[in-house]
Every structure is written in structure tokens, then in C-alpha cells.
Ligand binder design. Structure first.
Ligand SMILES: CC(C)(COP(=O)(O)OP(=O)(O)OC[C@H]1O[C@@H](n2cnc3c(N)ncnc32)[C@H](O)[C@@H]1OP(=O)(O)O)[C@@H](O)C(=O)NCCC(=O)NCCS
Length: 175
């Protein structure tokens, strides 16, 4: 499975991707709003192994794309669209971009391709994303994608023992 945009190729992970993923996955600030990280080398390799396992399900229902920058032939992040269950017509969307490449619209470009794939190829009815309410960059991406904020979930996440809130955004196939 492979998607292509003007600047990016979205493809399945391969084991050799650990090095480029670890460049950002191991940085503490990178995962400050996430319930994972900072990654040890083992964490990064397990993450990639898990995505490869998910890509082998028949039929495949969870798609975790490595985001590859064409101009540099380099993995700059990840974007995932994952059905809630194998039969579900609802999927969760998520993204991560190496800090060196942030602020250039890459998350939005990768997510837009994933949304189009979700509605056109997977026939999804609804795609949602959540983020820590402090994660402005992430909900800006959701805004730019035309997703609508539908929920402010109090105490939805716990990071380092602290209970925090999340936003939930959604987009419908008819939008
Ligand atoms: C969230 C993330 C993927 C965004 O990637 P990106 O490629 O920089 O995203 P884009 O460039 O498409 O859009 C980001 C937008 O947020 C804006 N932004 C970023 N930080 C901001 C801040 N602190 N305040 C206001 N706006 C901010 C950018 O200016 C940009 O908006 P613009 O296009 O209107 O200028 C990236 O920050 C990241 O990987 N963060 C760490 C992992 C993470 O938190 N993932 C999301 C989990 S829910």
C-alpha cells in the first residue's frame, strides 16, 4: 500500500526505518503531549514491528504510513489511519513529523492523503482524531483539514501521572 502527494510518499514501514524514526521518537519534547515516549531503541523497534504486523492482517484495517520526503529521499514522520475494528466504518487518524521538518505543512499534506484514502478506498463514514488540549500544532492540523471539534474530553489522558484533557475532532465522508 502506497499513497503519493506532491512532496511525499506514504508507504508501509520496513524494519530498517528504525533509525530515522528514532531520531525524533527518542526526543523527550517530541512526545510531551503523548502517552508514549521518549522512546528507547527497543520501543522504536517494537513500534515498527507492530505496524508491520498490523499491515499483514487480512483484510488490512490499520494503515500506518511512513512519511517519506521525496526531495531528500528520507523518512520525516508517520501518519496512521486505523479502523476501530476490522468491520468498522470509523477510523482514527494520527501524525508525527520530525521537528526539523515541522511547520512546512507536511502533517497536513500526509493526513489529507490519508483522509482521501479513507473515504475513497476504505469507504469510511467518519474519521476522527484526538490530541492533548495543549497540542496546538496538532489541532491546527485538524482545523486545516476541515475537521470539526466535537468534544473536549476532561481527564481523558494521563501523562507522567498527571490527568489531562483531550480534544476530539471529526470529519464525515459527506463534508
Ligand atoms: C503535530 C505535528 C505532527 C504537526 O506537524 P507539522 O508538519 O508541523 O504540521 P503542519 O505544518 O501541517 O501544520 C502545523 C500548524 O500548526 C502551527 N503551529 C505549530 N505550533 C504552534 C504553536 N505553538 N502555536 C500556534 N500555531 C502553531 C503551524 O504554524 C502550522 O499552522 P500554519 O500552516 O497555519 O502556519 C508535529 O508538531 C509533531 O510531530 N508533533 C509531535 C508529535 C505529536 O504531537 N503528534 C500529534 C499527536 S495528537
Amino acid at each position: 500500500m502506497k499513497l503519493e502527494t506532491q512532496r511525499l510518499i506514504l508507504r508501509e514501514y520496513v524494519p530498517e526505518d528504525w533509525e530515522a524514526v528514532h531520531v525524533y521518537g527518542s526526543v523527550p519534547e517530541f512526545s510531551q503531549y503523548e502517552m508514549w515516549g521518549p522512546n528507547t531503541l527497543e520501543d522504536t523497534k517494537s513500534f515498527i514491528a507492530e505496524t508491520i504486523t498490523q499491515s499483514q492482517a487480512t483484510p488490512q484495517y490499520q494503515f500506518n504510513f511512513a512519511v517519506h520526503l521525496k526531495s531528500e529521499d528520507y523518512l520525516i514522520g508517520g501518519c496512521g489511519i486505523r479502523r476501530v475494528t476490522q468491520e468498522s466504518n470509523i477510523a482514527n487518524l494520527g501524525w508525527a513529523i520530525n521537528p526539523k521538518y515541522q511547520g512546512k505543512g507536511f502533517a497536513t499534506e500526509a493526513a489529507k492523503a490519508s483522509i482521501d484514502f479513507g473515504f475513497n478506498e476504505l469507504n469510511l463514514a467518519l474519521i476522527y482524531a484526538t490530541c492533548d488540549t495543549r497540542n496546538i500544532a496538532s489541532y491546527k492540523v485538524m482545523d486545516k483539514l476541515g475537521m470539526k471539534r466535537v468534544g473536549h474530553m476532561i481527564g481523558d489522558r494521563k501523562i507522567d501521572g498527571v490527568i489531562l484533557d483531550s480534544y476530539r475532532y471529526e470529519i464525515l465522508s459527506s463534508q
